[in-house]
Design a protein around this ligand. Structure first.
Ligand code: FEO
Length: 400
């Protein structure tokens, strides 16, 4: 169903309430998502992005039912990923020859996925297409936000920015606008999205924000490709991204572990008690990473000034869930965070050294050799873990 979001601008996307996993099974979407597509109807009619492949027919049928399919003059593909380009084959099948404005890299990504020679019109930053009635679409390339092909489209004369994935959230809501939804839920989904998807690209986020703000364009609406639309003080999310892009951390320490027979869990809890005794204002969060949603864990890593990673030694290495999490944080390239390792062992005890090495390789500042405990911790070992937690809290405070 077509919904007005600004003068002559309509949302025509798909709200996906059922979605529980995104990017294959890489990203949990506890609150669903949406694939936002927009119609700009001036003397010419432009369609900005489409929807995910499973909804292609429903999407194009909807455009036809609203009388918009035949009215389209061209499509803008801000990004080639299938959640936004997935309806292009169906659309072009029913409207052959429709021009597609996109970056040179998007030609590669779209051809690479759909193997079609569509009428691509390659655009660069500053290029524009006139819509008539004193309005035009202006393009701003945004490479690595978050694919090489990404770009923003700005409606000049309407003050609407269509930044595609940037400033979005995986959040299904019929309310459509950021100012109408539950603010705590919205905040949680925004930070999770940034932490899990955009963290590696923070230097590009900072630069792009500087560039776009420097253009001094009036912005009344920011209409991303996922989740709700920003219209009341729309730059609030831009300011938030600038903060997140600057090696963000709160007064928070995350303790992440897995445990076989509870020894490493007991260490984790005693370390947390030590941190709380030493620094009562610090939020301490514990996650058994084998039992907690991976993306929620990553969100806590993003928010933390320091992390502790724990695993018992098994087969001269670490437990599977901890190894998987380390691979995830390696790829996300967190900066400005401290870390240490801990864990129990029976006889060889390699896990601490291995975790410390991997945390260092992942970009964390490893503050010490961590805490090891032979077999199951007794009361003395738990006291030592509390002392260790106190020392770690002091270290995490210094320079943070
Ligand atoms: Fe929402 Fe990068 O696709």
């Amino acid at each position: 169903m077509k919904r007005r979001i600004a003068e002559n601008v309509y949302w025509v996307g798909k709200i996906d309430w059922e979605l529980k996993k995104f990017h294959g099974s890489e990203y949990s979407t506890h609150r669903g998502s949406s694939y936002n597509s927009y119609l700009v109807k001036e003397a010419k009619t432009a369609l900005i992005d489409t929807v995910w492949l499973p909804f292609a027919k429903e999407f194009v049928d909807g455009l036809e039912a609203e009388g918009e399919l035949a009215a389209l003059d061209f499509v803008v593909a801000n990004h080639g990923e299938v959640d936004h380009s997935g309806a292009l084959p169906e659309l072009l099948r029913r409207r052959p020859g429709l021009p597609i404005y996109c970056t040179a890299n998007a030609v590669k990504s779209l051809k690479g996925q759909y193997h079609q020679d569509w009428d691509f019109r390659v655009v660069k930053t500053g290029d524009s297409v006139d819509l008539g009635n004193g309005k035009k679409l202006v393009f701003v390339e945004a490479p690595m936000l978050h694919w090489p092909d990404s770009m923003f489209t700005y409606l000049a004369g309407g003050a609407v920015l269509f930044p595609n994935d940037a400033f979005g959230q995986h959040y299904a809501s019929e309310l459509m606008f950021a100012d109408l939804v539950d603010q705590e839920e919205l905040k949680q989904e925004c930070v999770k999205y940034y932490a899990n998807i955009l963290t590696p690209f923070s230097p590009m986020v900072a630069k792009k924000i500087e560039e776009v703000v420097g253009m001094k364009l009036p912005v009344e609406v920011i209409a991303p490709s996922h989740g709700v639309i920003w219209r009341k003080d729309p730059l609030v999310i831009v300011r938030q991204y600038a903060e997140w892009a600057a090696d963000y951390r709160e007064d928070r320490i995350s303790i992440l572990y897995d445990s076989m027979w509870d020894g490493t869990r007991k260490l984790a809890e005693a370390i947390a008690q030590g941190i709380a005794l030493e620094s009562p204002a610090t939020s301490v969060v514990l996650h058994n990473v084998a039992k907690t949603d991976k993306n929620d864990v990553i969100t806590d890593v993003f928010r933390s000034k320091a992390i502790l990673m724990g695993s018992p030694t098994v087969n001269r290495g670490v437990l599977n869930a901890v190894a998987g999490l380390l691979e995830e944080v390696r790829g996300l390239r967190f900066k400005g965070k401290k870390a240490a390792a801990f864990g129990c062992y029976g006889w060889s005890g390699e896990s601490n050294g291995m975790l410390s090495g991997l945390l260092g390789e992942a970009g964390f500042e490893v503050v010490d050799e961590g805490l090891k405990c032979a077999w199951v911790p007794d009361s003395e070992a738990l006291d030592a873990a509390r002392v260790y937690g106190r020392a770690f809290a002091r270290g995490a405070k210094e320079g943070s």
